[in-house]
Write a protein that binds this ligand. Structure first.
Ligand code: FES
Length: 239
């Protein structure tokens, strides 16, 4: 049950205008995250993920409670929350679907996939379908160029995509069909994934393979050809 305020030993801070989902349990968990770091302010990023898992986005109430707990100003917290693209000011749907449209993915079909999904879902960039299921966003290099074009669902990879496999993927998500990342876990909801990013594991981190063929190609070649890394201790020192 949401309270309309939180307290610490010295202050009472209103953080909810009525529809905030931040509860006393949330505040306790935010404190728990802050306590994990020698400098509490280092906890801000995972704390903001926890806010998203509860609120579905970064809300003014979420900013206020993080600021209070960390002894920062709302402006300081807001500056961080608006800098990183993983923090959302608009409500995110049940699944966040990202399409990489950076250079390599774009030329390998990412632009085509993004256009097809916009049409198929009848949404624009950073918009959510009417049923609240899918938020579509174009992403810039996901550091998975060896699998271009790639997509992500709630930050889990989907490799070597095509317009057809992309539409099948979002249809499966909307239908409630179980979806597994080819290099990660079974897809949960965006809010559940945000809770994991906040540092509350769901026990599924080791589900599925973590490295695929393209990632391991260099290792395979090195083994076949008996290559090894140069001995760095034998490198002559400069100067
Ligand atoms: S360009 Fe898409 S992952 Fe790098």
């Amino acid at each position: 049950m949401a309270e309309n305020h939180t307290t610490n030993s010295e202050t009472t801070v209103p953080y909810s205008t009525g529809d905030s989902k931040i509860t006393d349990t949330t505040v306790a968990e935010l404190r728990e995250i802050a306590a994990r770091y020698p400098e509490a302010r280092s906890a801000l990023l995972p704390m903001l993920h926890l806010v998203q898992s509860v609120e579905g986005r970064i809300t003014p109430e979420g900013i206020e409670v993080c600021a209070e707990l960390l002894g920062q100003t709302g402006a300081e917290v807001s500056a961080v929350a608006t800098f990183y693209t993983m923090y959302k000011r608009r409500p995110v749907g049940e699944y966040h679907v990202g399409v990489c449209t950076n250079t390599l993915c774009a030329v390998m079909g990412g632009d085509l996939i993004f256009d097809r999904l916009k049409q198929h879902l009848d949404v624009g960039n950073d918009e959510t379908t009417e049923d609240g299921k899918i938020t579509l966003e174009h992403l810039e290099c996901n550091a998975a160029c060896d699998y271009a074009p790639v997509m992500m669902v709630n930050w889990e990879f989907f490799d070597d995509m095509t317009p057809e496999s992309a539409t099948q993927l979002v249809d499966d998500l909307r239908d409630g069909t179980e979806v597994k990342s080819p290099r990660g876990a079974t897809i949960c909801t965006w809010r559940e994934a945000e809770r994991v990013l906040a540092g509350f594991p769901d026990g599924r981190a080791d589900e599925g393979p973590t490295g695929g063929k393209a990632t391991l190609a260099g290792l395979r070649l090195a083994r076949e050809r008996n290559w090894s890394a140069p001995d760095s201790s034998a490198t002559p020192k400069e100067g």
